[in-house]
Design a protein around this ligand. Structure first.
Ligand code: P6P
Length: 345
């Protein structure tokens, strides 16, 4: 039975006690992220009332039309991170490069801006105007450089180096899910008290799914192995619970959250148009992969574990297959067969 009045901050402080060397900075940093997401949640839920919908007319680094809420979410997160003093750099989908941040307490003998953060400030933002759930994704690393503002090497770290990761989904309720390496935990925002209250502790993803999530509009652009796998899922075989149900919202955080709780495999493969897929390694694939592995699931680019991909750029894309372990393994088998057939030819 979950204790109803465990706030997010109380939970992270209790988690912190498991690490004797902890200084409390990561707890404060995570609390700052939660604060920023409460503010974003207010705005997202109010967007229908205020004329905040629609386009700013500008484009972001992805060449996508930027919605005002994207800009707002990015600004709130960046501002709160700068104020908090715990990080040396912010990286965001909305920013071309990383934002270095001075050590606010530089007169101290010890370094206080110990961390760096990657954010997708408002993922799925193309769904804002049609009231589909959207979300904020975050990923936290310890800095590599010794002091002062952060550098690119602090920002381009392999996913296994994450110290915390999470997302906030703005849907019928606002839910925060995070891991700091000690399991995956979910909190629901109670707007009446303005607190994220523990609602789901030590979340585990079912080992085998009955649902697959993929944009089948791209079917003709997929590789033969990918096509074969999707066709396999659609065959009728009660022993292996096929055909699977197809569930695709087109909002990564919403699709991922459903699969995390109910089981499922989410796929955004490479295709003939996007040779590296569409989704971003640093602020989409890595944080969700850390979470899914902590929940007992699996995540790969079809060949390699996502968390072991050495990043080359802040906005690097990767194919993403993530969710229930047995299903991701099955998908990887189909793609391995394909590679074998290609190599024999
Ligand atoms: P497609 C939303 O734009 C997003 O970045 C993710 O949230 C989502 O999973 C994906 O793109 C949907 O892409 O090509 O299926 O519309």
């Amino acid at each position: 039975m979950v204790n109803k009045f465990t706030t997010f901050y109380r939970h992270i402080v209790e988690q912190e006690r498991k690490f004797p060397e902890a200084t409390g900075q990561l707890s404060d940093l995570l609390a700052d992220i939660a604060l920023a997401c409460k503010v974003i949640s207010l705005e997202v839920n109010r967007a229908g009332l205020i004329d905040i919908l629609g386009f700013t007319g500008e484009e972001n680094v992805q060449g996508e039309q930027v919605k005002k809420l994207d800009v707002f979410a990015n600004d709130v997160l960046t501002h709160v991170m700068k104020q908090g003093g715990h990080i040396c750099a912010v990286c965001s989908e909305e920013e071309v490069s990383f934002i270095p941040i001075e050590d606010k307490f530089s007169e101290n003998k010890f370094v206080t801006n110990k961390y760096i953060c990657h954010f997708d400030p408002l993922d799925g933002s193309s769904n804002i105007d049609v009231n589909v759930s959207i979300g904020t994704i975050f990923s936290v690393y310890k800095r590599i450089t010794k002091s002062g503002p952060g550098a690119l090497e602090d920002c381009l770290q392999v996913g296994t180096e994450q110290v915390a990761a999470g997302y906030v989904i703005y849907g019928s309720s606002t839910v925060l899910v995070y891991t700091n390496g000690e399991g995956v935990h979910g909190f629901t925002l109670d707007p009446s008290v303005g607190e994220f209250l523990l609602s789901n502790e030590y979340i585990k993803i079912p080992k085998k799914a009955k649902t697959f999530s993929v944009n089948e509009g791209n079917f003709c652009k997929w590789s033969p192995g990918m096509k074969k796998y999707i066709s396999y899922l659609k065959e009728i075989d009660s022993v292996t619970s096929r055909p699977y149900s197809s569930r695709y919202i087109g909002s990564l955080v919403a699709d991922f959250h459903r699969n995390l709780l109910y089981g499922g495999i989410f796929m955004y493969p490479a295709d003939s148009k996007n040779s590296s897929g569409k989704l971003r390694l640093m602020y989409e694939a890595n944080p969700l992969s850390y979470i899914v592995e902590q929940a007992g699931g699996r995540s790969s680019d079809g060949v390699k574990r996502i968390l072991e991909i050495e990043p080359k750029g802040l906005h690097q894309r990767t194919p993403l297959f993530i969710g229930s372990e047995e299903d991701v393994l099955m998908l990887e088998k189909y793609l391995a067969e394909e590679r074998k057939e290609v190599s024999v030819k």
